[in-house]
Design a protein around this ligand. Sequence first.
Ligand code: 4NP
Length: 156
Amino acid sequence: MIKIMFVCLGNICRSPMAEYVFKDMIKRLGIKDDFSVSSSATSNEAVGCDIYSPAKKCLHDHGVSFNKHCARRFTEKDYEEMDHIFIMERRNFVNLCRIIRDDSEGKIHLLREFDANGKDIADPWYTGDFETAYNDIRSGCIGVLKHLGYDTSTLD
Ligand code: 4NP
């Protein structure tokens, strides 16, 4: 079982989108039992909130199902338990290091490390551009799956 967690600033837009896009992909690839997938925030700003409505609409428009969500902050225990932690942008790393001090075990990666040389995923909370965020997240998730050795060709 590979334990992965997606992390963003608020855990109501990008990281839950990534969580459910990834879950949708592994279900379609028939590999869902290989993974435990979750998401969390670096900040307390939106703790307890559901996925932001425009993010839900975007997922729904792309046929990606999701459950009721409750935003939560990343913890030191998460760092111990996870195999891989995928962050949306560089500043998430700075903020994570306020919780865990440093990435001593090298578990933290930019979501787009493997498909776009570590390009940041712009925050749709500020840009309003959920479609670009979705496409970037989708591409990043495929990059992660390929990096982990899975054949993603049926997802295209
Ligand atoms: P996210 O977007 O990090 O993609 O979930 C944000 C959501 C909420 C806030 C900031 C970013 N906020 O400041 O409440």
